[in-house]
Design a protein around this ligand. Sequence first.
Ligand SMILES: NC(=O)c1ccc[n+]([C@@H]2O[C@H](COP(=O)([O-])OP(=O)(O)OC[C@H]3O[C@@H](n4cnc5c(N)ncnc54)[C@H](OP(=O)(O)O)[C@@H]3O)[C@@H](O)[C@H]2O)c1
Length: 251
Amino acid sequence: MNWTNAYTGKRALVSGAGSGIGEAAAVALRAAGATVYGLTSNPTTLAAARAKHPEIRWLSADLGKRAEVELAVKSATAEGRLDLLVNNAGIYKFASLEASEEAMVRSQFDVNVLGAIFLTQAALPALRASRGAIVNVSSTSARKASPGQVVYAATKGALESFTRALASELATDGIRVNAVAPGPTMTGGIAKIDMPPEVRAAAMEQMPKMIPLGRTGTAEEVAHWILTLGDPGVTWVTGQIVGVDGGMTAG
Ligand SMILES: NC(=O)c1ccc[n+]([C@@H]2O[C@H](COP(=O)([O-])OP(=O)(O)OC[C@H]3O[C@@H](n4cnc5c(N)ncnc54)[C@H](OP(=O)(O)O)[C@@H]3O)[C@@H](O)[C@H]2O)c1
């Protein structure tokens, strides 16, 4: 689909925009005409993101810290309206329940769930004013988790419930709330998952076999659906979770 000018005059905020799916969404939104605010988590990633994509307006906030989140949204909305919030930032750390240490459990809930909730709360007045849209980034794991993903799956399950409940709460404000649930997508985040090289090699070989369409996805393929759900022209879709997963959750 050609998004040229679909977002002209619109303003979007994308969390986790410095890499992977968030970066692809931020770049596509900018190409489609939006003014894009990209959120990263720290000054190092902020400097790298700014150098790579000067066309995006960069902000830094650790999503686990509510005060930082509020400050970042304040700077973005001080410059004008906000039409789209993309809650994309997330961390995935895989381990069995027994091996899931407290810090690992808390950090995933902090970013994947509380981060999305606090960012949405802070952005809500501006989204209300524009009757904007929210797109959350869930995961296939919420519906179809493999062993070792128990905590991550729980965070994404919470994000999907948040999506549906918020869609119903904000419907009378004209704000649409939807989510994409990607399957395995080749991003830097996948490369960062801590596992022995032989386990990684086996997982990489196994992954396409679990996907009916026979391959992993790209960040751009997921971004396409973020832009579709956020599109100001898509006016009668809310509370939906769209699986972008090569058919992984089809059966
Ligand atoms: N790749 C997949 O196979 C896949 C599948 C299903 C769902 N997803 C979901 O897609 C989203 C993006 O994942 P990805 O694969 O693109 O991974 P990624 O490249 O690692 O991107 C994750 C982003 O989250 C940001 N982030 C992490 N901790 C943060 C914090 N405390 N505060 C603010 N931002 C923080 C990171 O920003 P910094 O670099 O600045 O820390 C990074 O830009 C995640 O929600 C993930 O759960 C991914």
